[in-house]
Design a binder for this molecule. Sequence first.
Ligand SMILES: N[C@@H](Cc1c[nH]c[nH+]1)C(=O)O
Length: 393
Amino acid sequence: MSKPFVFEKPMGMRDTLPLLYQVKQQVRQVMEQEIKGWGYQFIQTPTLEYYDTVGEASAILDQQLFKLLDSEGKTLVLRPDMTAPIARVVSSSMKNVSYPIRLAYDSAVFRSQQREGGRPAEFEQVGVELIGDGTSSADAEVIALMVSALSKAGLDEFKVAVGHIGFLNELFLEVLGNAERAEELLRFLYEKNYVGYASHVKNLALSSIDKKRLLDLLQLRGSEEILEEAKQIAAAGGQKAVADLQELFSILEMYGVKDKVFLDFTLFSHMSYYTGIVFEGYTKELGFPLCSGGRYDQLLDEFGRSAQAIGFGIRLDYLIEALDVKEPVNPRTCIVFSPERRKEAIVKSRELREKGKSAVVQDISGVGNVDEYSGRFEEVIYYIGKPVKGEVK
Ligand SMILES: N[C@@H](Cc1c[nH]c[nH+]1)C(=O)O
């Protein structure tokens, strides 16, 4: 009986072939170095977490979680993000380390996809979390670091949109009166369905002034100048959000990254743990964000150690797509030998490796078509036939 399924992969799972692996490795190294340069320390956490702690805190839709049972019948999840596991670590094994804490990661996360649709269900995120610091300095640091890591990775043309969840929540609550009605509008923003948002607002039983405020929100996208308009629209409780953003922009200027950033008050994220500023990075090449992050000042409470915190995650697969790297990053040398010159070949390969090159040592009788095989390498060195006297001692 044929078993075609053994060659297939579960939905959304991908293989990484050698060229892509090399590119990933290089991009990852450059970003890690930059992140370490800002004083963040890398950590690893387990792939599996408990469903009712980290799984729920991750704020990812339940149907996107991969769930399984351990031998005691407890439900586990494949971690859908790294922010919640880090909140767990900071509240448990690192509970005696005082704030602020700067941590970083480069890890695979898992989010099940309903239909194939080309979206991976496992992907790598490079990110940071700055925990225990609620200042605008911390907000600016995290955005500036994200911009810097992307630039170092070789991405030139990108923009970061910055919004504020507190601004939206306060506005919708003031105008609509309750969380359920606010929820409806937030959903439109999350789906970036501005036409749907506008027609929904037009049908609401509201004063014309309030309707206008909700519709004007859609125009609140652009450079710092729109902060003045934002003040007009903002709810009483949302003025602080505008002031925070103003301060944020003045610090981003000091970092020299203000030209990369713009305001978008309509920005609403898929992660429900955000409480303050939120941001997403885009390039022309991709129709979706390649990185995102935000402030989550309540998540740590769920793990019993309160902290204001902010972080970002960069999707390595999307970043590489945007970089469009095609060339092999690390050229290799092939040393083809016949058995009588094997030792010379081995000595030569060692020399090359000591110089940081990568060298394949290939016995000529082990390949069928030598020309085709050696054609795959940048450089080929032959040790064929009788040894040359004096060449190898
Ligand atoms: N964990 C978020 C990114 C993030 C890190 N820190 C804060 N936000 C995500 O996967 O989208």
